[in-house]
Write a new protein. Structure first.
Length: 402
């Protein structure tokens, strides 16, 4: 689908005012993939104001352009080769007129954290910090239960770990149907849902972790340049909610869905003491604001930089540490539960302020297939993405992958 920005840039291209309306293909993981029968009525109104992907994973140059006729329809076909090394769960495709925004400079849209096992994250409880274990074996014992209890009822697994998105435990159909599987790169950090106690401030409704009874993950040695971004630029945080015990999707469920998920991201100058910080609060309530823990467990939460809670003396050049707290709450008493995990997938900043008349998202499509699932591009594999602009069509055209 051509966006409003795309209409303007293509018009300038036809007039010779710019040399390109499509130079790069961007691949994202933030949207809900579509089934072949899905066709929401408000797609056009959404796409007319679409300015960026829900969560862009990477952008690659277009290497092939073509013009074809198929089934009586005419298409301009754009093709790009995907990165070889990494794994991606792809749900959206965009066409950009350039590789980056020439107006943004150092404040350009970019990935901040991928939560991979290579970044050096640590697990920190009330007394000490420790390395996060990388789990390479199956997370379950063939029963679709992550780290099952032993015969004495004791824990046999980890409360914080990294695991591959191709782990056999994520191949069960119920986990795929609920979109529990992480999508960005090959590994994610996974935290059990009872590792933090996060209260709600009755005054401003902000989230307050109890550091005495809460654990978190943190990354030291961080350097951010977000002081160059405008207050209206956005942070996007991608994560998924995972059942500890696998179960059918639908009416015959074995475990009620949680009531809430609370996450606190803190960008801080130090772990303790006289700390300057900016805090991003996330609270998801089942059944509110489109949240449906039974049907969709993958989320991208977007907040403007001006929405973060900041100490009076805070500036981004002071940040040396990122901390993440998370809690999954169940029952009427909203008790943290060990029956769920949260997988941190990615954090990026999106420049929404600096505009250039010849730069932008010119085309956008959500992945659509018979299963209604992300298209998986495996590790160390060669793949291509194809985007088609359609003319003389009586229906929308969706991106395809190979």
């Amino acid at each position: 689908m051509i966006t409003n920005t795309g209409k303007n840039i293509i018009a300038k291209y036809l007039l010779g005012h710019t040399g390109s309306y499509a130079s790069h293909i961007a691949i994202g993981c933030g949207s809900v993939p579509l089934n072949q029968t899905d066709f929401p009525e408000d797609y056009a109104s959404i796409y007319e104001v679409k300015e960026n992907l829900d969560f862009e994973m990477f952008r690659v140059p277009i290497t092939s352009r073509g013009y074809v006729k198929e089934d009586g329809n005419t298409y301009v076909v754009l093709t790009a080769e995907l990165p070889t090394t990494e794994r991606y769960g792809m749900t959206e495709v965009g066409i950009y007129s350039a590789g980056s925004n020439p107006e943004a400079g150092i404040a350009n849209s970019k990935l901040i954290q991928s939560f991979s096992d290579l970044e050096g994250w640590e697990y920190h409880n009330s007394s000490a910090a420790s390395a996060i274990t990388k789990v390479t074996e199956s997370l379950d014992d063939g029963t679709n239960e992550i780290f099952p209890l032993d015969v004495e009822g004791a824990e046999t697994g980890y409360v914080a770990f990294t695991a591959s998105s191709d782990n056999p435990t994520f191949l069960y159909s119920d986990r795929i149907q609920r979109y529990e599987v992480p999508r960005f790169l090959d590994t994610s950090i996974i935290i059990r849902g009872d590792q933090a106690n996060i209260a709600i401030n009755s005054g401003d409704q902000s989230l307050i972790p109890n550091d005495t009874t809460s654990s978190h993950i943190h990354l030291t040695g961080v350097s951010l340049t977000l002081d160059q971004n405008a207050p209206t630029d956005e942070l996007k945080f991608a994560f998924s909610l995972i059942n500890r015990v696998g179960q059918p999707v639908g009416e015959d469920v074995l475990l009620d869905d949680p009531e809430e998920v609370r996450i606190v991201l803190e960008f801080a100058s130090a772990e303790a003491g006289d700390v300057q910080s900016a805090i991003l609060d996330i609270k998801l309530v089942n059944g509110e604001d489109g949240v449906d823990f039974a049907g969709n467990r993958y989320f991208v939460i977007t907040k403007q930089l001006q929405e973060l809670r900041k100490t009076i003396g805070f500036s981004w050049d002071q940040v040396t540490l990122v901390k993440v707290y998370a809690s999954v709450l169940v029952g009427v008493d909203l008790v943290p539960s060990d029956q769920y995990y949260i997988a941190y997938d990615g954090l990026r900043v999106e420049n929404k302020t600096d505009t250039h008349p010849l730069y932008g998202l010119t085309g956008y499509s959500v992945v659509k297939n018979s299963e209604g699932t992300p298209i998986i591009k495996g590790k160390n594999s060669s793949s291509f993405a194809e985007f088609r602009f359609g003319f003389e069509l009586n229906q929308y055209v969706y991106a395809s992958g190979s």
